[in-house]
Design a protein around this ligand. Structure first.
Ligand code: 13P
Ligand code: ZN
Length: 269
């Protein structure tokens, strides 16, 4: 095991969860080649010794200035690294970075100089937003779930809350376990700062957002919870697609049934 993890069992447990989820993403068929990325805010595990660890890279630009991340630590999937490889060896397919005092650059500190994901602007902008709002979420995940992405190829599903309401009505657990629904981010170039900004704009209302014709971006307390939200949404999308494949438009739960569920489970919308 890597030395930074061997002396920090709580951090090792978080990285183990990332590896477990990476395996699920591959098994689901959501992580072709290097598709998808995960970052985890691990600042809470940074003791004095970790804070003194030397950089093993030059200072690298984030592409944005993110004041809430000053001297923060993150585990990041490496760019061009495969989830199926990360599942076996997270420290060879990702790295730990420290944000510098200027809040606009970072250095890699462990284990190897693996360059972080190309979607780092989105991930770090999202962590900056979460911290600045005092939201206790440590994990962000981007993945390519087949049925959810397919839905974004139809205009009607891009309208606000159309997909959320349809998916919630496919199976009661969807709203119970993804109560804030699915935000929509119009198509933007992958890895762009514009994509990061559009993602942030949705987070006041949603924990999971669709990147049109690309994938989802989800945040939650830990990586397992972020995965679960995407998993229940995509299950609902699969039920919709399966019904359509059986030759009919699914009926969906009625507005009365949805209302009853929201009251019973004390759900927000
Ligand atoms: P990375 O390999 O740089 O993480 O990119 C994968 C991806 O899904 C980009 O949107
Ligand atoms: Zn992607």
């Amino acid at each position: 095991m890597s030395s930074i993890l061997i002396s920090r069992p709580a951090l090792a447990a978080e990285i183990d969860k990332v590896a477990e989820v990476a395996g699920y993403l591959w098994q689901k068929g959501w992580a072709e080649r290097n598709g998808g990325n995960i970052t985890i805010n691990i600042t809470e595990f940074a003791d004095d010794e970790m804070r003194r660890m030397p950089a093993i890279s030059q200072p690298l630009s984030i592409g944005a200035t993110l004041p809430a991340l000053k001297n923060g630590f993150f585990y990041c999937k490496g760019t061009q690294k495969r989830m199926r490889d990360l599942a076996r060896d997270p420290m060879a397919n990702g790295s730990i970075i420290r944000i510098l005092d200027d809040c606009a650059h970072y250095v890699i500190i462990a284990d190897q100089p693996v360059m972080p994901t190309s979607e780092l602007p989105s991930h770090l902008s999202v962590h900056n937003y979460l911290l600045s709002q005092g939201i206790p979420y440590n994990a962000s995940m981007h993945t390519h779930p087949i049925e959810l992405v397919a839905m974004t190829h139809h205009r009607k599903f891009l309208e606000k809350d159309v997909a959320s309401n349809l998916l919630w009505s496919m199976i009661p657990e969807t709203k119970a376990f993804c109560p804030r629904g699915l935000g929509m981010v119009p198509y933007q170039l992958p890895s762009s700062v514009e994509l990061a900004e559009s993602t942030i704009a949705e987070l006041p209302d949603y924990d999971v957002v669709m990147w049109e014709k690309h994938g989802v971006f989800a945040v939650d307390t830990d990586i397992m919870a972020a995965f679960d939200q995407v998993d229940v949404l995509n299950k609902a999308a699969q039920i919709y697609v399966t019904s359509r494949n059986m030759g009919f438009e699914p009926e969906g739960m009625s507005p009365e049934q949805m209302h009853e569920l929201s009251v019973a489970f004390n759900l927000p919308k």
